[in-house]
Design a protein around this ligand. Structure first.
Ligand SMILES: [Fe+2]
Ligand SMILES: [Fe+2]
Length: 168
């Protein structure tokens, strides 16, 4: 993770362009623990809204995202603590690092550096699938197993990827 106010806040090697990736148009991020899935749906909607916000709407979109991220990460941190989830430190640390990045961009936007918002949104879209796959999914399994006595069952639609027709 780079510093909170670097141009690439989540620390990936470059922003991914386009917002049609495996996120809102895809069920792949559903993990089977409904309260977490709801938080993720809201989080992704707000990240997409930030990515598409015109300059005059960037500050409000970023504030809404920060509020949501604080609730989202706080809920997961609390679930981990309350259920004695093993090896939770790196998951909690990752939430804190992402929150610092968001807050760093909030400070830049407060100084009218609106261009800082789009790289943040891109970085969050790049970061989220891996975080959900490796950290959130383990927590969802743990919580479902504790509460229901079994691993979550996830029903996903089968969505074929779009393949552009060959030219000519
Ligand atoms: Fe999450
Ligand atoms: Fe998480």
């Amino acid at each position: 993770m780079r510093s909170a106010e670097s141009s690439s806040p989540i620390g990936h090697d470059g922003p991914r362009r386009g917002h049609d990736g495996p996120h809102l148009d895809h069920d792949g991020w559903l993990l089977g623990y409904a309260p977490m899935d709801r938080l993720h749906e809201e989080f992704l909607a707000l990240v997409h809204a930030l990515a598409q916000a015109p300059e005059h709407a960037v500050a409000a979109a970023l504030d809404a995202l920060a509020l949501n991220a604080r609730a989202h990460f706080g809920a997961e941190d609390q679930w981990m603590a309350a259920s004695a989830f093993p090896a939770r430190a790196c998951h909690i640390d990752e939430h804190a690092a992402v929150m610092r990045s968001i807050e760093g961009v909030q400070r830049r936007v407060a100084r009218a550096d609106f261009g800082a918002a789009r790289p943040l949104a891109d970085a969050l879209l790049q970061w989220f699938p891996g975080h959900a796959d490796y950290l959130d999914s383990a927590l969802a399994h743990w919580l479902c197993k504790q509460r229901l006595g079994g691993a979550p069952i996830v029903l996903r639609r089968r969505i074929e990827p779009f393949v552009a027709p060959a030219a000519g």
